[in-house]
Design a protein around this ligand. Structure first.
Ligand code: AMP
Ligand code: MG
Length: 309
């Protein structure tokens, strides 16, 4: 159910429920980190495997100590520069944290969302929330309250805060004494982070649980044409998808990256919902789009794609 009632959302969190909340990145499925039943409901509602840890959202930088046992100087600098905002920092966790939140890892991922409504919710709840993206596991992330409503067929209370401004999930980093590794690219870019320390490029690695090859997937196969759409490429796709006839919906993506990130998932969902289509096509030059905000957008497109030609 979609609501604009802040009070209703707060009461649901206080009584140990899960509530979908707006953030500037995507909508999150929130629960009180102090309540193990509420945390278990997040995994159950999303059908999320237990190996995929949750991001903890706090309202003020001083609350890092509620979840982390260390806050190294470089991490603090990044927090000062980018919080509230789309940067998640992985830190050594407090031993008493519920291990389900961190999937048993010795670290916790934390950020402050740039959404006043949700920060106020965290303050009034009196403690941090865990809030992974409010979608079924592996599926396209929601950037409006209506997306969440359709993900869970109305089973989850959704606090409507309007469409998300950033549109893709936060950048996730791990901080070493003199180096930053990007575990997931996002709107705080490698170029932004390089002003603070040497940056290791985004890569698939064991430090980044839950960062699977396929993720963010729409209901029908997404095909990315990275070298333009030729007859040969089209025929190859038809064979690979094992379809006699292709009925594609073409996905639109603006050429300016801030708008492209904001509309990526909404346009993906809209195209996949067109009548009588059996695949989704996107004309997108992945190789040319590996820097700045494009790095994050390309990462999501690659993982959402069933096929890249
Ligand atoms: P989301 O589903 O958008 O909330 O993203 C959660 C992602 O954050 C996970 O899939 C991980 O890739 C990353 N993450 C969360 N906690 C940790 C952690 N302790 N160490 C490394 N990455 C983490
Ligand atoms: Mg997610």
């Amino acid at each position: 159910m979609i609501t604009t009632s802040y009070k209703l959302a707060l009461n649901e969190l206080l009584r140990g429920g899960v509530v979908a909340v707006p953030t500037e990145t995507v909508y999150g499925l929130a629960a009180d980190i102090r309540n193990p039943h509420a945390i278990a409901s997040i995994f159950k509602t999303k059908d999320r495997p237990e190996f995929d840890p949750l991001i903890v959202h706090i309202a003020d930088t001083k609350d890092v100590v509620a979840v982390a046992r260390e806050f190294p100087p470089l991490a603090r600098k990044l927090a000062d520069a980018f919080w509230p905002g789309p940067l998640t920092i992985v830190l050594p966790r407090l031993p008493q944290m519920n291990p389900m939140i961190t999937s048993g890892y010795d670290t916790v991922a934390v950020r402050i969302p740039n959404q006043t409504l949700t920060r106020t919710l965290i303050r009034d709840l009196g403690g941090p929330i865990a809030a992974p993206s409010a979608n079924r596991f592996g599926h396209t992330s929601p950037t409006t309250a209506q997306h969440v409503e359709s993900e869970f067929s109305g089973r989850v209370l959704v606090l409507d805060g309007g469409p998300c401004g950033v549109g893709i999930e936060s950048t996730v980093v791990r901080v070493h004494p003199k180096k930053i590794s990007i575990l997931r690219p996002g709107a705080v870019t490698a170029e932004d982070l390089a002003k603070f320390a040497a940056v290791e490029p985004a890569r698939q690695n064991s430090e980044s649980p839950g960062h699977l090859i396929h993720h963010y997937m729409p209901d029908i196969p997404l095909v990315v044409f990275q070298n333009g759409v030729t007859t040969a490429a089209y025929e190859f796709v038809r064979m690979k998808l094992g379809k006699n006839v292709l009925h594609p919906a073409w996905m639109e993506l603006p050429s300016e990256p801030v708008t492209a990130a904001r509309l990526l998932y909404a346009n993906m969902r809209a195209a996949a919902a067109s009548a009588d289509v059996n695949c989704l096509f996107l004309d997108y030059p992945i190789r040319e789009r590996r820097s700045h905000l494009w790095a994050g957008i390309s990462d999501r497109i690659e993982k959402a794609a069933t096929l890249t030609v």
